[in-house]
Design a protein around this ligand. Structure first.
Ligand code: IPE
Ligand code: IPE
Ligand code: MG
Length: 243
């Protein structure tokens, strides 16, 4: 684990979620193809994961591919899918040895079976770990997740396992892909865009947001530490009056 340069302990976020945006622009600025940016972006993930224990981050969730990203060119989509496969093959051993528990969220049905096999293998290889819980959102969309969850909930009602009068705001999250995860405390989006692009819609109802200009391939553990410190200074009121 890298030495984190802080002295005072951080009263930081327990769960950080990141919309890793800006790979394409980072590559374009260097006159390189977009996939070059995606490769550089994938390499940043390891540093960020390794910084988590020192910052008190137990859960890290990263947005790798959205349900809308299929609209990109066939070449970019294919390049990303092959990058995901190579990433899993390359990182499985390190993640397993470093105490990282990996989970994937999103709809696996549209992904190719070789990729899904690799995802299953990585989840299985890290399922005994508990140092940091890394969740990778792949073919993930918040609306799609809520729709899939509602379908399962409706099936439970139709088949008599759930009574409509028992449905409340604790019910739906049990059907979401994130059912074992706490809600994110802090959502970071890189690349200067101030939108959430269908990420963790239900779960981020009370999250703090940071929209920063850095392009994802330039994001560092130092910047993460700065954001965690600034999170610690915020007053999360959840609708109540200041303490
Ligand atoms: C984020 O970078 C990665 C994915 C969405 C897969 P982009 O590819 O969106 O980069 P920009 O936004 O075009 O710079
Ligand atoms: C969001 O980025 C999705 C990921 C980072 C995986 P996009 O680049 O796809 O979002 P938009 O299109 O700018 O909203
Ligand atoms: Mg983008």
């Amino acid at each position: 684990m890298p030495d984190t340069p802080h002295t005072a302990p951080i009263d930081g976020p327990h769960h950080v979620a990141i919309i890793m945006d800006g790979n394409g622009r980072w590559a374009q600025a260097r006159g390189r193809p977009r996939l070059f940016g995606h490769q550089a972006g994938a390499r940043r993930v390891r540093d960020v994961v390794e910084a988590c224990p020192g910052l008190g981050i137990k859960y890290l969730t990263v947005f790798a591919f959205s349900t809308e990203n299929w609209k990109r060119t066939q070449a970019e989509v294919a390049g990303l899918m092959s990058l995901f496969k190579r990433y899993i093959i390359k990182e499985t051993k390190t993640l397993a040895q470093n105490g990282i528990r990996v989970r994937f969220i999103g709809d696996r049905l549209r992904l190719d079976s070789k990729l899904v096999d690799l995802m299953d293998t990585l989840e299985e290889a890290t399922k005994g770990n508990d140092l940091v819980h890394l969740t990778i959102a792949l073919n993930y969309g918040g609306r799609d997740e809520v729709a899939r969850a509602t379908k399962r909930l409706a099936l439970d009602v139709a088949e008599g396992r759930l009574r409509p009068e028992d449905v409340d705001e604790e019910t739906l999250p049990k059907y979401l892909d994130t059912h074992v995860l706490p809600d994110p405390d802090l959502v970071i989006r890189t690349s200067g865009e101030a939108r959430i692009s269908n990420f963790l819609l239900w779960q981020s109802a009370y999250s703090e947001y940071e929209f920063i200009d850095t392009l994802w391939p330039d994001f560092t553990a130092e910047e993460l530490e700065r954001l965690c410190r600034s999170y610690g200074a915020r007053d999360r009121r959840f609708g109540a009056i200041p303490a």
